[in-house]
Ligand binder design. Sequence first.
Ligand SMILES: C[S@@+](CC[C@H](N)C(=O)[O-])C[C@H]1O[C@@H](n2cnc3c(N)ncnc32)[C@H](O)[C@@H]1O
Length: 460
Amino acid sequence: MTGPDTPAADGAPVRGAAALAIGLVVGDGRTIDAALADERVRRLATASPGAVQALVYGSLRFGLRLKAAVEPLLARPWDQQAPELRGLVLLGLYQLEHAGLPPHAAVSTVVDAARLIGAAKAAGFVNAILRRFQRERVTLLACADQSRALALAHPPWLAAALAADWGEAETLKLLAANNEAPPLWLRANRRAGSREALAAQLAAAGHPSRPSAFAADALRLDTPVDVRRLAAFNDGLCSVQDVAAQLAVAFLGARPGDRVLDACAAPGGKTGHLLEACPELSAVVAVESDAARAGRITDNLARLGLAASVLVADASRPEDWWDGVAFTRILLDVPCSGTGVIRRHPDIKWLRREADVRTLAGRQRRLLDALWPLLAPGGRLLYVSCSVLRAENSDVIRGFLQTRPEAEDATESVRLSLPGLPPAGGPGPGYALLPGSADADGFFYACLDKRAAGDSGRHA
Ligand SMILES: C[S@@+](CC[C@H](N)C(=O)[O-])C[C@H]1O[C@@H](n2cnc3c(N)ncnc32)[C@H](O)[C@@H]1O
């Protein structure tokens, strides 16, 4: 998990590891997780992985603004600079602006790191860029801040798309929320007895928490910690899951005896919650196309003493894996842009491209079209995404509803049955929770009910 933005440890290995990891994200297109798992990064980070993580997350969270500020100082364009050099520069700028270090230490630790990671030639260049930034920072930052998107360290295409969807004022709130360090939400498992019992145990161990007003199992720790330090987590009494993700099970509304398909299931966070919340389901089939990720479903369920039938398959090709028995509930947690979870994954700011959104919307619609026939009449398909872009959410659902007269958007009536939930973030269909609202990640849900034969619709 993300630590505080100020690293606890000093030293060249920490900065070297952080600069390499940042370079792998911004120069090589890797995710933060993949970059931190890189062999060279891991070797340097051994003594202080938390400090490295804090520097990497912070640099990527604020880096688009800092990059824009120094670009005028570079003789060659940013994208043509070596990834390691880009990592060193971003790290140095982050240390100067956000990490609370004395300026000379902010610069010298990065210069030492450059030598350690074998970028000795870059050391002089990085030193010169950082010193010049120090001298001219007011002018350089003012210039970058002329772009509202860059002032809030976001790619301009994303800020423009959000403004088109949500308006200027809401977008500014949303971008600011994306730059906050995320809270740690836990989900009380049955083994804990109750959410209250879990909260009492956490408090006794020095970790006070507060319950969510609308998600029955959710607790927010007052101060985030590395969960591996929580006995309650190690004993399987709780799982880590954002409060917004915990709402999926409430919207799905599974009942005893239901046969449930979890269509895009890895790593199994929602599968586990579903099995915890509804122990008397007749079957749970979890489908995941990525074999390595599918293994994590089984592992995560085993940790909780749960099991499901896990299939490695393409959910959009049911002809390859479906046994022909209809499901009464389908959870479709689509692959998406992740624009609702940027506060947890600041690499999304660097890795996502505008063109991805249209591609993803096409995949999302294909999944929905392919799985709808597997739903029994009277059943419900819950479409979920962690995107805040309408193109992946209400637009997909609206297009689908236009072609399926037997489908009914039941989201609003389900939402009204969940007291305490913030009002909808925009017009339907579906329900959008924006990042930061109720301290939750940004998520979208649409409850699509299939009318039973002879039912001409609630409003007919
Ligand atoms: C948003 S994540 C699911 C998160 C999961 N439901 C949870 O709560 O832990 C989407 C998942 O869908 C998988 N996926 C993408 N396309 C798929 C497809 N066509 N069929 C099955 N799984 C797919 C991705 O590999 C990814 O693991």
